[in-house]
Ligand binder design. Structure first.
Ligand SMILES: [Zn+2]
Ligand SMILES: [Zn+2]
Ligand SMILES: [Zn+2]
Ligand SMILES: [Zn+2]
Length: 252
């Protein structure tokens, strides 16, 4: 039949797996509808079919096939990053959330001159191995004192123990500079709390925020995030600013 519904392939795990890998809409498939004769379609097809069973034309969509939903939920599928080393298996309804969190997802080295592409863990190792001198090392929950020059667009920060990679970004504004901290991490890994204190003479600006997770850093197009706005004249006579940066340990 030309009618294409995942429900028709439910007994064929291989086809279901292909179909789920191929089509992202299926991640939203959470319910299976059943007509009075026991034919089944997914909730999405139900809408497209205007609640008429494709097999017998009886109304469909008013009752669910809980048993078939359980069968679908029990089928374990692999991660889309399986080829890149992810060994995780999950039900198809968890696949979308896992994909957003998967540490084997691809990201590119944030250093503009470098073309390395790898998983997040590979990027952390790569950065430590190849660009060690390009990053300031820090420890979670401890204050890192760094000097930011007006000429610095960014400073890479790498965590001493697990290699997590952050970017302290410094964007020029008409009357000053915008400073923020971003994390090179999967999309779901958001909201690592950090603080910046900018000091000049006896005065200080203090800023608290959460990092944004970035997969592919583009230095010409930094993300628009909450940031500390420092007036130009707050930088010293040599165009330098003393910063105290503290990144809170992310809860596992
Ligand atoms: Zn369907
Ligand atoms: Zn039917
Ligand atoms: Zn994965
Ligand atoms: Zn690199």
């Amino acid at each position: 039949s030309a009618f294409f519904c995942v429900c028709h392939f439910v007994l064929c795990t291989t086809v279901l797996h292909c179909f789920i890998s191929f089509s992202s809409f299926i991640f939203t498939l959470l319910s299976v509808a059943e007509c009075g004769n026991g034919h089944i379609v997914c909730n999405r097809c139900c809408i497209e079919l205007m609640n008429k069973c494709p097999s017998c034309r009886l109304p469909i969509g008013h009752s669910r096939s809980i048993a078939m939903e359980k069968v679908l939920e029990s089928i374990q599928v692999t991660c889309e990053n399986e080829d890149h080393g992810c060994k995780e298996k999950m039900s198809y309804s968890k696949k979308y959330d896992h994909g957003k969190a998967c540490h084997h997802a691809r990201c590119s080295c944030p250093l503009a001159a470098c073309n390395f592409v790898g998983s997040f863990n590979q990027i952390y190792q790569h950065f430590r191995g190849v660009h060690k001198h390009a990053a300031e090392e820090f420890v979670y929950d401890k204050v890192l004192r760094i000097t930011l020059s007006v000429h610095h667009d960014l400073i890479f920060l790498q965590e001493e123990k697990n290699g997590d990679l952050f970017i302290l970004n410094n964007s020029t504004e008409p009357h000053g500079y915008r400073i923020s901290v971003n994390c090179i991490a999967p999309p779901c890994k958001g909201g690592i709390v950090y603080s910046i204190v900018a000091k000049s003479g006896g005065a200080a600006y203090k800023f608290n925020s959460c990092t944004k997770s970035i997969q592919n850093w583009d230095e010409n197009n930094p993300p628009s995030v909450a940031s500390l706005l420092v007036p130009s004249d707050f930088f010293g006579s040599y165009g330098q600013l003393n910063l105290e940066v503290r990144i809170q340990h992310p809860k596992k």
